[in-house]
Design a protein around this ligand. Structure first.
Ligand code: DX5
Ligand code: ZN
Length: 218
């Protein structure tokens, strides 16, 4: 059970110390938005490079951008431990996954709420992780969509029946109130933005979320 805090709503003027405040996490989740794939604009490669240089945490880059085939490899070259692109945006997801691996990063594929897991069933073996969005991507602080629990369960069943060791990440509205349900459904990597960054003691919140996820019975 891995906790990846999203720095989307951190204090960007103090980004190095904000990263330090989550140093007990398993990775830092960095949301790249281009104002085309989603209606919001965050940051791009230079800021992600700065995060990688400023923190010992592995960087989990979540690219909510058009044309990841063109832009994603640079995030692997920048030293991100994992690069996630959206199935809805990629033209050649298999080629891109292999390119990310060749550049030394893990490769993950993300699904918006309306995209079923079955849409990527034939290519999922190329990936290290699948990201099931539990809100419409674009903003932090939205409510978890319980209707995504069935997709998480179907993903866990698909991976088990195919004997694939692929992580299931959930992102959006993950908090003390929702993490147990997501874990019970089969998720094992949890992104949490506002739940962690709204707390003054981030380490304690990370420990609480990890404990809640770990105590669920599959
Ligand atoms: C939303 C981003 C998330 C976001 C999560 O599109 O992908 O990573 O920061 O924020 P919370 O945990 O507040 O929903
Ligand atoms: Zn994200």
């Amino acid at each position: 059970m891995l906790i990846h805090p999203s720095i989307l709503n951190c204090d960007v003027a103090r980004i190095a110390s904000e990263l330090e405040s989550i140093s007990s996490a398993d990775a830092a989740h960095v949301d790249v938005m281009d104002n085309h794939f989603v209606p919001n604009l965050t940051w791009g490669l230079p800021v992600v490079q700065a995060c990688a240089a400023a923190s010992r945490l592995p960087i989990d880059a979540h690219l909510m951008i058009e044309d990841p085939d063109r832009w994603a490899p640079a995030y692997a070259e920048a030293g991100c431990a994992s690069v996630t692109f959206h199935a809805e945006a990629a033209h050649a997801p298999v080629r891109l996954a292999r390119e990310l691996h060749r550049l030394g990063s893990r490769a993950a594929i993300a699904l918006k709420p309306a995209t079923p897991i079955e849409a990527i069933g034939d290519v999922i073996a190329e990936f290290d992780m699948v990201l099931i969005m539990t809100v419409e991507p674009g903003f932090g602080g939205q409510a978890f969509l319980p209707s995504m629990l069935d997709k998480i369960s179907r993903t866990r069943a698909l991976l088990s029946s195919a004997h694939l060791d692929i992580a299931i990440q959930v992102d959006g509205g993950i908090s003390r109130d929702t993490i147990t349900r997501a874990a019970e459904a089969g998720a094992n990597v949890f992104v949490a933005g506002s739940a962690i960054f709204s707390q003054s003691d981030r380490a304690e919140e990370i420990a609480t979320l990890r404990h809640l996820a770990s105590t669920c019975v599959h």
